[in-house]
Design a protein around this ligand. Structure first.
Ligand code: 13P
Ligand code: SF4
Length: 312
């Protein structure tokens, strides 16, 4: 999308005037990443949100990310450019059904992936992201059974890596489940020297082909560490912007998706509803803003803080 310089300047001026900070995820539109004060993965973004001195947090990402920032900063205003920026993974785990599963496993430690609602976090012992999931699971005593939600693909990957016995919620990400293994193998045949890197929300057969599996920040770091390579990248296509910026010499090929996918590439429709214009509007109007019920917030805060403490 092409924007005139005007809106970028207007955002910068308003941001200063209101003492606001713009936090953006790697899957955001390039123009948004370029004007953000910080671009990162879910862990980095929650660490920045916990540390900021700004009065307003403009969260250029999806709802659960902005909600996590609000839980950490109840006194601050947290605005999201478009309230419809949801997440299929978070939506796959409704609180009532999750409560039943938790009640059926009363002795289990509940670990939830950050891609879930505040209500789910309020029923959690400790939260994790894709960059610290193995560390968080390994921090739980070995004989302690675990209930993990909502991503079954990340859950299966953790079980494989740690050997832990975990009950899994049956949720997934529509973007990462769209990768097509046959097309990926055909692409690899055309680029036999390429290195496949994948996000752990991808399905097991995709992860089996990958030389590196990690969070968005981890994948970017891996490309930085191997600058002269060709990469087939199995995650949301927005990540290529930061990879190109950091390592211009690397050859980056997005992993192919199934024929019937709504988008020809791996775009997250939820992430992409945010635009520079909507970002300006939400900063100007200080709306739409994220609100979290105080009782839910208090319960959801502890498992997030436990994660942040373990991730220092
Ligand atoms: P990261 O924490 O790895 O950035 O993942 C967030 C996400 O939503 C992946 O789909
Ligand atoms: Fe949610 Fe998937 Fe989009 Fe990440 S890529 S925000 S998990 S729908």
């Amino acid at each position: 999308m092409v924007y005139n310089v005007g809106i970028k300047e207007k955002i910068a001026r308003l941001k200063k005037q209101k003492n606001a900070v713009i936090l953006a995820h790697y899957y955001q539109d390039e123009a948004i990443q370029e004007i953000a004060d910080y671009v990162g993965d879910s862990l980095g973004l929650s660490q920045k949100a916990a540390a900021t001195k700004a009065d307003i947090i403009v969260f250029a990402g999806v709802h659960f990310m902005a909600e996590t920032a609000k839980i950490l900063n109840p006194e601050k205003k947290v605005v999201l450019p478009d309230m419809t920026a949801g997440c299929s993974l978070a939506d796959s785990c409704p609180p009532d059904a999750f409560r039943k599963l938790k009640e059926a496993h009363p002795d289990h430690t509940v670990i939830t992936y950050v891609n879930c609602s505040a209500e789910i976090k309020a029923m959690t012992d400790i939260v994790c992201t894709s960059s610290n999931a193995l560390k968080i699971v390994n921090s739980i005593p070995e004989n302690q059974p675990i209930l993990f939600a909502p991503d079954k693909n990340l859950g299966k990957y953790i079980i494989k890596e740690t050997g832990r016995d975990m009950v899994l919620w049956d949720g997934s990400c529509i973007v990462h489940e769209a990768f097509c293994i046959d097309k990926l193998l055909d692409l690899y045949k055309k680029h036999p020297g390429a290195v496949i890197i994948a996000h752990p929300e991808s399905e097991e057969h995709i992860l089996k082909t990958a030389r590196y599996i990690g969070s968005t920040a981890g994948m970017i770091q891996y490309v930085k560490d191997h600058p002269d390579s060709t990469f087939i990248v199995a995650t949301e296509v927005g990540i290529l912007h930061k990879m190109k910026e950091e390592v211009p010499e690397a050859v980056l090929i997005p992993a192919p998706v199934e024929e019937d996918n709504t988008c020809a590439c791996s775009e997250c429709g939820y992430m992409k509803v945010n635009t520079l214009q909507k970002l300006y509007n939400c900063l100007e109007k200080e709306s739409p803003s994220i609100e979290v019920d105080p009782v839910i917030r208090e319960r959801a805060l502890l498992p997030i803080q436990r994660m942040l403490t373990l991730s220092k």
